[in-house]
Design a protein around this ligand. Structure first.
Ligand SMILES: [Zn+2]
Length: 263
C-alpha cells in the first residue's frame, strides 16, 4: 500500500502535467492550431473538473436531493474520531439520523463507534481508506481503497452495515475514479453546501452558515474528524449540532439520512 497522496502533492503534479500539456500545445500550434487548441482545452477542462466536487465530467455525482420535499441531510466526513461520540450524543438528543462517510483507517481505530453509528440508525457510507487524493490514482488503487474500507466496516459492525455510497476525499476525482467506483457497485456523492467547519471557526459560525445553507434537498457537508490528523477533534461541529437542528426545524425541514433524502 503506497502512502496517501496529499492535496498539495496532487495539485503540484496536476499543475506540472498541465504546464507540460500547454508547452506541447504551444509547440504544435504553428502546424496544427486546431489540434493544439483542443489539447490545451481538454487539459484545462480535465484539471478544472478534477477539483470541482460536483462536476459531472468525471462521472455522475449526487449533489442534492429533491427540492420539492421538506427534507435535508446532515453528512459527516473523516471519522470516526475523538469528537464522534459527542456528535452521536447530540444527534440522539435531537432525534436526528445522519450519514457518516467513514474512513477505513478510522474504522480500524474506532470499531465501536462504527457499530454505534449503525445501532443508532445512522447511515454508514465510504470515504475511502486513508483519505489519499484519487485524482492521479489508477483503477487498482481506487478499488483497493474501497475494498479495504468495506473490510474495516464489516469487521467493525458486521456485513450489510456499509451502504454503497462513496464520497471522494475533498470531492476530488480523476479519470479512473468513477469507472472503478461504478464497477464496485457504488454511487458517488458530493454535497450541496459545505460550511468549512474543518477550519474550526467556532460553533456559532458553523451553526449560522449551516442555517443559511439548509433548504429542501440540501446535503450539508460537516466533519466529525480530520482526514489528515486522526487525533484532531471537531468540538466546534459537535457543539453546533443543537443549533443546526433547531434551524432545520424552524425552516420546516426534517433531517434524514442520504438514502432517505434520495428515496
Ligand atoms: Zn474528507
Amino acid at each position: 500500500m503506497s502512502q496517501p497522496m496529499t492535496k498539495t502533492r496532487t495539485i503540484r503534479r496536476v499543475v506540472a502535467i498541465e504546464l507540460a500539456v500547454l508547452a506541447a500545445a504551444a509547440t504544435a500550434w504553428r502546424r496544427h492550431p486546431v489540434f493544439a487548441t483542443g489539447i490545451a482545452g481538454a487539459g484545462a477542462l480535465g484539471a478544472w473538473a478534477a477539483f470541482r466536487s460536483g462536476s459531472p465530467a468525471f462521472g455522475p455525482v449526487i449533489t442534492r436531493g429533491p427540492k420539492d420535499a421538506p427534507r435535508a441531510a446532515l453528512t459527516f466526513d473523516d471519522g470516526p474520531g475523538p469528537s464522534t461520540p459527542a456528535i452521536l450524543d447530540a444527534l440522539a438528543d435531537e432525534g436526528v439520523h445522519a450519514t457518516f462517510f467513514v474512513l477505513g483507517r478510522q474504522a480500524r481505530r474506532h470499531p465501536d463507534l462504527v457499530r454505534r453509528m449503525h445501532d443508532e440508525g445512522h447511515q454508514v457510507a465510504s470515504h475511502g481508506y486513508d483519505h489519499g487524493i484519487l485524482v492521479l490514482r489508477g483503477p487498482a488503487h481506487v478499488r483497493d481503497q474501497l475494498r479495504r474500507t468495506e473490510e474495516a466496516i464489516e469487521d467493525a459492525a458486521g456485513p450489510g452495515v456499509l451502504t454503497h455510497v462513496f464520497r471522494a476525499p475533498h470531492g476530488f476525482r480523476g479519470p479512473a475514479t468513477w469507472p472503478s467506483v461504478r464497477t464496485a457497485g457504488y454511487r458517488m456523492a458530493g454535497w450541496t453546501a459545505g460550511v468549512f467547519d474543518s477550519a474550526d471557526p467556532g460553533p456559532d459560525v458553523v451553526a449560522d452558515r449551516s442555517a443559511r445553507a439548509l433548504g429542501p434537498g440540501c446535503i450539508l457537508l460537516l466533519h466529525d474528524a480530520d482526514g489528515w490528523d486522526p487525533d484532531r477533534p471537531r468540538a466546534h461541529t459537535a457543539a453546533a449540532i443543537p443549533d443546526i437542528c433547531a434551524a432545520a426545524r424552524e425552516k420546516g425541514l426534517s433531517l434524514v439520512t442520504l438514502d432517505e433524502l434520495l428515496a
